[in-house]
Write a protein that binds this ligand. Sequence first.
Ligand code: C2E
Ligand code: CA
Ligand code: CA
Ligand code: CA
Length: 278
Amino acid sequence: QALVAMLMFFFLLHILQTDTAERSELDRDLRAAVRERQFVLHYQPQLNGANRVIGAEVLIRWLHPQRGLLAPGEFIDHAEHTGLIIPIGHWVLEQTAEQLHQWQDEPLYRDIDLAVNISQKQFSQNSFVAEIAGLIERHRIDAQRLELELTETLIVHDMEDLTRKMTALVERGVRFSLDDFGTGFSSLSHLKRLPLSKLKIDRSFICDVLSDANSEAIVRSVIALGQSMGMTVIAEGVETEAQRHFLASNGCNQFQGYLLGRPMPLADFRAFVQRHNG
Ligand code: C2E
Ligand code: CA
Ligand code: CA
Ligand code: CA
């Protein structure tokens, strides 16, 4: 028995050490990535019911020198824990604003909105409102083109701080959407008090909307709820024509997902817009 206990101990120690080693490697690499700006942005198209591109969600990728292109799932959590999300998020916002600025002179892209994911840490910084306001001013962009995606986790944190910051930015023209809607625990009374312009129905509900009665009921109610509160409703993770058809016939306004277009580099996104809106 003592032997088994000892073996268990060394086994656990081993797991812990490998975990720490991998972690510090990730940590070291991610710090270098921030210094050397080893990131790129991909754009996932968002379409309306008439199949026109009305915007894109901006999604970060890490161009790792050895491991190649890494999806956010590989590093965003770590960035969030260590605070590295602050410089990373700052970079994403700067790039997005620069892109919006360039598009202002191109008729085909002038009406394309860009939606940026904002992390909890980023939003809770005291300087957040000033950062966004400064961004709009420095890049001389139309604030209406900039959409900030918040998740429900943010809502349960500090309603007062949240409302104050959101209101200040909405007054400047910025719009907010609630991401992954339905997966968190935001109450309807919270929802009512926030200046949101869009609800994004989470992919998990869209995924089995045609096979699961509960998902179907949730999707129907979210669409009805959004409509009654004057918000735009967008479905994320639309993968099949049948899903899109169901959503459209239930009043969903916008669609995002592999069916319409995967997240893609800028050049491909431009070609996509050309094809759909040109
Ligand atoms: P999210 O905000 O929910 O973004 C949507 C994710 O769903 C993206 O994954 C996208 O590629 C994926 N997706 C879109 N359509 C489909 C579909 O039809 N089927 C399936 N299976 N997946 C689909 P991605 O790019 O790997 O991003 C993952 C998460 O990383 C994002 O989830 C977001 O929370 C976070 N993230 C991405 N970029 C940023 C960023 O710049 N800042 C912050 N703070 N977080 C980011
Ligand atoms: Ca998002
Ligand atoms: Ca989402
Ligand atoms: Ca999601």
